[in-house]
Write a protein that binds this ligand. Structure first.
Ligand code: G3P
Length: 231
């Protein structure tokens, strides 16, 4: 399929659809169209990470960056049931999450996944549950490291309010290893103030799921995020 040229810029909002029913199929496409509208209106980069099967439709109908939630590094060939980086690219995604708390990977698999993604021009956002793990993974030089304390995921209590020191130390530690790696944070982000605090603490964007996907009015939340990023 033809992949539209959509550029990732920082600071950004990366919306992980996870396997929520609210962001599956048509509902996920509608959400992506809302994300696109707000992104354009406010001039803020917003990325969506739908389930694999929804990537082609969303990537072809919406002009915002689309990521996969995971991929497997095995080479093309006899690897039944794996999600190849080639298939992610072919589907229209321009990047991938790796090692999410809900999809953890061995370090050697993360290394191979980053390498394979890079060869294909796919961006990588590697998740880490602590600053130290973030620092350790940044030696692999991913495009982004997203720090997410697992206990705050889906809690509605944001990392930027509950654990500001984790963001600050992650930025310092990761940049000391890989100055080109962008540091994001996530978990419990629900409003513009959470986003603003994250940016003030040195984060270059946020990774968010339930705060948008399960919101009564996702458009309102996205606007709130965009206004925060424009301050
Ligand atoms: O990938 C984003 C994530 O794990 C945070 O989830 O629901 O707390 O925004 P949530």
């Amino acid at each position: 399929m033809t992949v539209k040229q959509v550029k990732v810029a920082y600071p950004l909002v990366l919306i992980n659809y996870k396997t929520y029913l609210e962001s599956l199929g048509n509902r996920g496409l509608l959400l992506a169209k809302t994300v696109e509208r707000i992104s354009k209106e406010y001039g803020v980069c917003m990325v969506v990470a739908p389930q694999f099967v929804d990537i082609p439709r969303i990537a072809s109908e919406v002009s915002i960056p689309v990521f996969s939630q995971h991929l497997d590094p095995e080479p093309a060939g006899s690897h039944t049931g794996h999600i190849s980086p080639e298939s992610i690219k072919e589907a229209g995604a321009c990047g991938t999450l790796l090692n999410h708390s809900e999809r953890r990977l061995r370090a050697d698999i993360i290394e191979d996944s980053i390498k394979r993604s890079r060869e294909l021009g796919l961006l990588t956002c590697v998740c880490a549950n602590t600053s130290l793990i973030g620092k350790a993974l940044s030696i692999l030089n991913p495009d982004m490291v997203a720090i997410e304390p697992p206990e705050l995921i889906g809690s509605g209590i944001s990392v930027s309010k509950a654990k500001p020191e984790v963001i600050r130390s992650s930025v310092e530690m990761i940049k000391s290893v890989s100055s080109t790696t962008h540091v994001l944070c996530g978990a419990g982000i629900t409003d513009g103030m959470d986003v603003l605090r994250a940016i003030e603490l040195g984060s270059e964007g946020v990774l968010v799921a339930s705060g948008v996907v399960k919101a009564k009015d996702p458009e309102k939340i996205l606007k709130d995020f965009a206004i925060a990023l424009n301050q």
